[in-house]
Design a protein around this ligand. Structure first.
Ligand code: GLA
Length: 385
């Protein structure tokens, strides 16, 4: 993102005076997968890859959007609903504008240019970063004063309504509220969150992209969510106190095993055990017990592979190979699964060995690996004078 934001805007959409520049980071989830939409716990952290949005209010109801990296341009009028099917990035930007208009927060359209460095479709929340950066820019441009949690929820709703993915709130919440050098423990039921210092003591979090892609809107993600809901319906009949998988204890699930078909039982066992792992991982991190943190990452991967069945042979291979390297404390798939990335806890001294062993497993190491450096939190960086 070299050219100045003002130049970028002028190149594509004219006079940048008054345009707001906002940036939001992607995220990697350290532990707590498929727990967010079950009212559970997650522990993501932001990464040093981000999306930049430059947005300017318009006097009429037109919306013009330019995806600078892709050299694509779309135009729409706020009064004309649009069919988002197979429309790539469009729902994450135009969806935010439409949602704000529908909620009566804005009455006019906007000119928007965006670009970014978050790998697309890799499970590092490029879409959440785009939504959050768009919402932040519009928030300042239209003087909305949305609070951060409200903004994360709005962006999550955009994903449901315009992109057709029934995701939880983790990605948008992490992108909006995450801080550098901290993991964010989110209670996805109350939406209380705590910044946990990521004191890695001579270790680094390394992300490896398997290169396998799938659209989140693929039925598989939504299907897992439906399976969890089906399990809750069954468990609720047996115990009215259960209104989400968050309410299920290990004892309860074992006690109700006979009520659930085997695949639903396995899905529940993953969610219930994963919630415990997240809370334990936070404690271990706070106590500086990184080997224990790594073991929890490994256990999480096995549970996602065997019980939640969202892994992929390429991800399993990356995790297995990583764990054979001295100095790797843990590895797991991160994000929705079915492809995308792994996250690895690696001693700094073992980084060369890690690269040597894992590099041959991906096509292009320079673009498919990220050693998390110093990310910056979501922010408005400039109002162009
Ligand atoms: C995707 C979703 C999140 C979460 C993860 C799985 O990233 O957007 O809400 O459900 O998958 O943990």
């Amino acid at each position: 993102m070299t050219a100045r934001a003002a130049t970028l805007f002028r190149e594509h959409l004219g006079d940048p005076t008054g345009a707001v520049v906002a940036r939001a980071p992607g995220r990697v989830n350290l532990i707590g997968e498929h727990t967010d939409y079950n009212d559970g716990f997650v522990l993501p952290t932001i990464i040093d890859r981000e999306v930049e949005v430059v947005a300017r209010k318009r006097p009429d109801r037109q919306v013009r959007i330019v995806a600078a990296d892709l050299e694509e341009r779309r135009e729409n009028n706020l009064d004309h609903p649009i069919d988002y099917a197979n429309s790539g990035w469009l729902p994450y930007v135009l969806g935010v504008v439409h949602e704000l208009a529908q909620r009566g927060r804005i009455e006019s359209g906007a000119d928007i240019v965006f670009r970014g460095t978050v790998p697309r479709g890799a499970g590092l929340s490029s879409s959440a970063a785009l939504e959050v950066a768009t919402a932040l820019a519009l928030d300042t441009a239209f003087n909305l004063w949305l609070n951060p949690v409200e903004m994360a929820r709005l962006c999550r709703d955009v994903e449901h309504r315009y992109a057709g993915v029934r995701c939880g709130i983790m990605d948008q919440f992490a992108s909006r509220l995450g801080r550098s050098d901290h993991a964010l423990l989110i209670d996805c039921r109350s939406l209380d969150a705590r910044h946990v210092p990521l004191a890695l003591d001579g270790h680094r979090m390394v992300i490896v992209d398997s290169g396998i892609r799938r659209e989140l809107a693929d039925s598989a993600y939504n299907q897992r969510r439906t399976e969890c809901e089906e399990a809750v319906t069954i468990l609720h009949e047996a115990d009215a106190s259960i209104i989400s998988l968050r309410d299920v204890t290990p004892e309860m699930i074992l006690g109700h095993e006979n009520l659930l078909p085997p695949d639903l039982f396995a899905r529940c066992r993953h969610v219930v055990s994963e919630n415990h792992r997240v809370l334990e991982a936070c404690e271990r991190l706070a106590n500086g017990d990184l080997p224990a943190f790594g073991r929890l990452m490994n256990a999480s991967h096995l549970s996602l592979r065997n019980d939640f069945e969202v892994s992929h042979p390429a991800l399993d291979r990356l995790v297995e190979e990583a764990n054979q390297i001295d100095g790797v404390l843990g590895a797991r798939l991160t994000g929705a699964g079915f492809g995308g990335c792994t996250v690895n806890l690696v001693a700094e001294a073992a980084l060369p060995a890690f690269e040597q062993k894992i590099e041959p497993l991906v096509d292009d190491w320079s673009t498919q690996s990220i050693v998390i450096g110093t990310p910056e939190q979501a922010r408005v960086t400039e109002v162009i004078a």
